[in-house]
Design a protein around this ligand. Structure first.
Ligand code: TXA
Ligand code: MG
Length: 335
């Protein structure tokens, strides 16, 4: 028998916001929108509540959570800020940037998977900020999807993935950015390193720091995995096999059967067919990022034999972010 749906979707009325904030303050879970993707939130200082996040997602305890704060002062109660970290936070917060910093002892070890560091971010989304303010808690929140599946960018996505495992979903419409935050390792202010590409570029961060940021290496090495244990290659996988191509040529397309889908960044000129899809009309990267996860879900539900996706060229931050999420989705690893 299929599991019973337990979740209810709440509109952001003042009464509902007060109710959901109370659920959080009392140790419950609430899925809520941020500007990047929807998160599954709980009081970050309540170990039992955070354990429930791992259970609901089916997430291994070795994959630490991001803690969301409403102010720099609140961030400083959970993490040690160097002068540089403060500068970066003041420049990019509220916004889609997560900083990995030495943790303070009040953060339960379940949140950081036992690491001596904690990932912190101040989100820009008004509703999420309102939940932090009203609940009075810093909120631990991973993306609100079952572990290993595509991140949710709408309340409907959360309902589909976690509808039988949680009770409260706040609907704030589609997430604006659509890919998860940039993660910057600032544990050592002299060696800033990118752990996950996102909307905010290492060029912009480097300009504030006055030094270069160590670029992200997609190949996850064991040493790297110990720093970011959640950076598993198959993190975003749809169920349909996804194949990445640098460039889809007419010749290579000729070999692809019509029950396999083709995904382009930009509407391809002179090509048509039921199996042709694109992220944008004109190649705008903001739009590509905004639509990526929705498109992967749509294709995954479309009963295609395979999905062939063309990688985005160039070094723009969102091009790297989209390629990174596609690459993780395409990695076939034993479960
Ligand atoms: O945009 C986002 O960042 C969204 C929204 C909800 O804020 N959150 C999100 O969380 O993407 P999640 O759990 O799906 O990804 C967080 C990643 C994990 O994969 C983990 O590896 C990394 O952050 N992380 C967390 N704590 C860390 C730490 N102490 N050191 C290194 N990486 C850490
Ligand atoms: Mg995630």
């Amino acid at each position: 028998m299929p599991a019973k749906r337990t979740a209810r979707v709440y509109r952001p009325t003042s009464a509902n916001m007060a109710r959901l904030a109370k659920v959080l303050a009392q140790g419950g879970l609430v899925a809520a929108p941020t500007e990047t993707v929807y998160g599954l939130a709980a009081d970050a200082l309540n170990a039992k509540a955070c354990r429930a996040i791992f259970r609901a997602k089916g997430r291994p305890a070795s994959d630490p959570l991001i803690v969301h704060v409403g102010s720099l002062a609140q961030a400083e109660t959970i993490a040690e800020f160097s002068e540089c970290a403060r500068e970066v936070a003041k420049t990019f917060w509220p916004g889609p940037l997560t900083l990995v910093l030495p943790k303070k002892s009040r953060v339960p070890s379940i949140v950081t998977s036992g690491l001596p560091s904690v990932a912190v971010r101040m989100p820009a989304h008004q509703l999420f900020r309102d939940l932090i303010r009203r609940s009075g808690c810093p909120l631990a929140a991973p993306s609100a999807n079952p572990f290993g599946y595509v991140s949710p960018t709408t309340a409907e996505h959360v309902l589909t993935g976690l509808g039988t495992r949680i009770e409260y979903i706040l609907d704030g419409g589609p997430a604006k950015i659509g890919v998860e935050s940039t993660i910057l390792d600032l544990r050592d202010p002299c060696r800033p390193a990118l752990l996950r590409p996102g909307f905010i570029s290492i060029k912009a961060i480097g300009a504030v720091l006055g030094q270069g940021v160590i670029a992200y290496r997609r190949k996850v090495r064991p040493r790297h995995a110990a720093i970011a244990p959640g950076m598993l290659e198959h993190h975003y996988s749809p169920r349909t096999p996804l194949i990445l191509v640098k460039k889809l040529t007419r010749q290579s397309m000729g070999r692809i059967s019509t029950d396999e889908a083709l995904l382009f960044l930009k509407k391809p000129e002179g090509l048509s067919g039921k199996n042709i899809f694109w992220l944008t009309e004109d190649g705008r990267l903001e739009q590509a990022a905004h639509r990526l996860f929705k498109m992967l879900r749509q294709l995954d539900d479309g009963h295609w034999g395979k999905i062939h996706a063309e990688l985005i060229t160039g070094n723009a931050s969102l091009a790297l972010a989209v390629n990174d999420r596609l690459t993780r989705a395409a990695a076939v690893l034993p479960l």
